[in-house]
Design a protein around this ligand. Structure first.
Ligand code: NI
Length: 167
């Protein structure tokens, strides 16, 4: 296992669209291990997307249980080719991102989502979740389409904040 380097804004790879994964070969499985290790090595980090490490593949790892305030969550999830199938509601909340280390932002996202994805064993799953965990999945899935939370704030003047503390 190895820690991966996290690319930061404005690296152009963060603006790129990632490609679907068709083959979970040894190299990809090793990469997923490293991606998980990278998430857990970063204090308070609840999700990482492959393109944040310069690998343009549609893979995200999330673990909303790392946020003690998150009530509904499914623990560690490795989601390959995730697709948001349905979403509803509007909730504004503060977000951060390893790729935007010095800022946080107020971002409006759905309260409830249903998504599908492939798992490590090649199975297709469909799940619903809400609130914080839904936000994490939406945030990470955005990375696969080259979007950062900076692209989602309504105003760069009033909805972006310089970090005063780091977890
Ligand atoms: Ni992010």
């Amino acid at each position: 296992m190895a820690l991966l380097e996290i690319l930061t804004y404005p690296n152009p790879l963060l603006k790129s669209k990632s490609e679907p994964v068709h083959d979970l070969d040894q190299e990809t499985l090793k990469f997923i291990d490293d991606l998980c290790e990278t998430m857990y090595a970063s204090p308070g980090c609840v999700g990482v997307a492959a393109p944040q490490t310069g690998v343009l593949k549609r893979i995200i790892v999330v673990d909303a249980s790392r946020n003690a305030k998150c009530e509904l969550q499914h623990g560690k999830m490795i989601l390959i080719n995730p697709v948001i199938e349905w979403q509803q509601g509007d909730v504004m909340a503060r977000e951060g991102c390893l790729s935007v280390p010095h800022f946080t932002g107020n971002v409006k996202r759905a309260k409830d989502i249903r998504f599908r994805a492939q798992t490590l064993d090649g199975k297709e799953i469909q799940m619903e979740t809400s609130d914080f965990e839904a936000r994490v999945i939406l945030h990470e899935a955005d990375h696969l389409d080259g979007l950062l939370f900076l692209d989602r704030v309504s105003s760069l003047k009033t909805d972006i904040f310089r970090r005063k503390r780091y977890l």
